[in-house]
Design a protein around this ligand. Structure first.
Ligand SMILES: N[C@@H](CCC(=O)N[C@@H](CS)C(=O)NCC(=O)O)C(=O)O
Length: 435
C-alpha cells in the first residue's frame, strides 16, 4: 500500500459516486487529491494492507499525512475543511443545515435508493414489500426536497455547500437508474436543481455526463439468482428468503449508510464529455486563457501599459463579444455586504461557462443605494444561449453590446478591467472578477 508522504491519496476506482463527494469538495476548496493508480476493485481493497486502512475492505479510503479515513461523507467533510469552511455556509446555523442535509441525503435518499436498486442489480433478493417501502420513502424525501428547493437555488444559502455535493452524488445514482421522467414529474424543483448542478464543471468532472434512465429495469424475482449467488453458487444451498415466514420477508431490511453503494464494476463510469456548443464556433485567434493569465499576472502599476494594451491587441471581435451589464434593481442595494453577496452569487452561478467567459462586476457609489455594473467577455457574437437558460441573474441586468468602434465605450471596458478609484463618475466600492 502506498504511503501518503504528505499527500492526500484516495483509494478508489473511476466512476465511484461516493469518491466523487471528496473530489468535488477538493475542487471547490482548492485541495489536491491523488488517486491510487491501477486500483483493482475487489483485489486492491482486500489486501491485508488495505484492511488496515478500512477493516471492511470498502472504498473510498483517503490516506492523509495524519492517518487514513474511510466513509465517504467523513472524507468529504475532512477535505472540505482543509482550507476554509466555505463549503459549510457562512454561519453556525448554515453549518448545521449543511450537516442536516448531508444526513438527509444519506439516510433518506441514498439508503432508500439502495433498497430499491439493490434487487434490480441482483445484489439482494427482491421483496415487493421492501420495494414499495423504498419507493414511497424516496417519494417522500423528494417531495420534501422539492418544497425546500422551490425557494432555494442551493440547499443552504446562496452558494454550493457540502450538502449539495453529497446530495448530488446520491441523486445522480437515482437519476441514472431509477428516476424516470415520469417519476420525477411531481418534483419540478428537484429536477431543475439536479440538472443545473450536474452541469457545473466540478460536478460534471467527477459525476460524469448523467443520462437519465428511460425505463425502469425489472428486478429479478423468486428463482432468479442474485449476482452474489451467481458468483458463489454454494450459497444457493441456504434457504431462500422467499421461503422464510412472511413477517420476516415483509420487514424492510435495515440498511445502514455503510451498505448504500455498489461495487465499481456495477457503477456507471463517467461517459465521455459532451462538447459545448461554443466549441463549434469558427476558431478564434484569441486564447481566452492567455488574457486571463495576463490579467492575473500583471502588476497594478503596469496594468494600463501591459494588460489593457495586451487585451486590445488580442481581442478578436469576430470570435468574442463584450457586454456592459447594469443591474435593474439598484434601489434594493442598501446594504453593501448584501449587494456584494448578490454579485458573488451571480459569479458563482456563471461557473459552468468559465472556459468561455471573463467578467468584471463592480459595486459603485459613496452611499446607498449602490449600483452594480460590469462588463463581460463571451465567446461568440452573442450572450451564449446556455448562459441565458441556466443563469437567472442574466434577467436581472440590462445588457448592452459594446461597440468597439466607439473609443468612449472601449475606454469604459478598460476602466472596468483596471479598477480605478472611480468608474463612470462613481466611487468604486468593490470589484469582483470572473476568470
Ligand atoms: N458508506 C460507505 C460505503 C462504502 C462502500 O460500500 N463501498 C463499496 C464500493 S462503492 C465497496 O467498497 N464495496 C466492497 C465490499 O463491500 O467489499 C461510504 O460512503 O464510503
Amino acid at each position: 500500500m502506498a504511503q501518503s508522504n504528505g499527500r492526500l491519496l484516495l483509494h478508489t476506482s473511476a466512476g465511484n459516486k461516493n469518491a466523487a463527494k471528496s473530489l468535488i469538495a477538493a475542487e471547490y476548496v482548492g485541495v489536491k487529491i491523488e488517486i491510487t493508480p491501477s486500483f483493482q476493485f475487489g483485489v486492491s481493497n482486500k489486501t491485508p494492507e488495505f484492511l488496515k486502512l478500512n477493516p471492511l475492505g470498502k472504498v473510498p479510503v483517503l490516506e492523509t499525512p495524519d492517518g487514513a479515513i474511510f466513509e465517504s461523507n467523513a472524507i468529504a467533510r475532512y477535505v472540505a475543511r482543509l482550507k476554509s469552511n466555505a463549503l459549510f455556509g457562512s454561519s453556525a446555523i448554515d453549518a448545521a443545515h449543511v450537516e442536516q442535509w448531508i444526513d438527509f441525503a444519506t439516510t433518506e435518499i441514498d439508503a432508500n435508493i439502495f433498497r430499491w436498486l439493490g434487487p434490480i442489480r441482483g445484489r439482494v433478493p427482491f421483496s415487493a414489500e421492501v420495494q414499495k417501502f423504498a419507493i414511497e420513502a424516496v417519494q417522500r424525501a423528494l417531495a420534501a426536497l422539492n418544497t425546500h428547493l422551490s425557494t432555494q437555488t442551493y440547499m443552504v444559502g446562496h452558494f454550493v455547500t457540502l450538502a449539495d455535493v453529497v446530495l448530488m452524488s446520491n441523486l445522480s445514482l437515482g437519476y441514472q437508474n431509477l428516476f424516470t421522467e415520469e417519476f420525477t414529474r411531481p418534483y419540478l424543483h428537484v429536477d431543475r436543481y439536479f440538472w443545473t448542478l450536474i452541469n457545473l464543471p466540478h460536478f460534471k468532472k467527477h459525476l460524469g455526463e448523467v443520462v437519465r434512465v428511460e425505463k425502469l429495469a425489472v428486478p429479478p424475482t423468486g428463482d432468479t439468482p442474485t449476482k452474489k449467488e451467481k458468483a458463489h453458487p454454494a450459497k444457493k444451498e441456504k434457504p431462500k428468503e422467499s421461503s422464510k415466514p412472511k413477517e420476516e420477508v415483509s420487514k424492510p431490511k435495515e440498511i445502514t449508510p455503510a451498505d448504500t453503494s455498489f461495487d465499481d464494476e456495477e457503477e456507471a463510469a463517467p461517459k465521455p464529455k459532451a462538447k459545448n456548443p461554443l466549441d463549434f464556433l469558427p476558431p478564434s485567434p484569441m486564447v481566452l486563457d492567455s488574457w486571463k493569465r495576463l490579467y492575473s499576472n500583471t502588476k497594478a502599476k503596469d496594468f494600463r501599459e501591459v494588460a489593457i494594451k495586451g487585451f486590445w491587441e488580442m481581442y478578436d471581435p469576430e470570435g468574442y463579444s463584450l457586454w456592459f451589464c447594469y443591474y435593474k434593481y439598484n434601489d434594493e442595494n442598501t446594504v453593501p455586504f448584501v449587494t456584494m453577496n448578490k454579485v458573488s452569487g451571480f459569479l458563482q452561478r456563471m461557473d459552468f461557462i468559465r472556459k468561455y467567459a471573463f467578467g468584471k462586476v463592480c459595486i459603485l457609489g459613496e452611499s446607498a443605494p449602490y449600483k452594480i455594473k460590469g462588463v463581460w467577455l463571451f465567446r461568440g457574437p452573442e450572450i451564449p444561449q446556455q448562459v441565458k437558460d441556466e443563469c437567472y441573474d442574466i434577467e436581472l441586468y440590462d445588457w448592452h453590446k459594446v461597440d468597439i468602434t466607439d473609443e468612449v465605450q472601449k475606454e469604459r471596458v478598460s476602466a472596468y478591467f483596471e479598477e480605478p478609484d472611480d468608474i463612470e463618475g462613481e466611487k468604486l466600492l468593490e470589484a469582483k472578477c470572473f476568470k
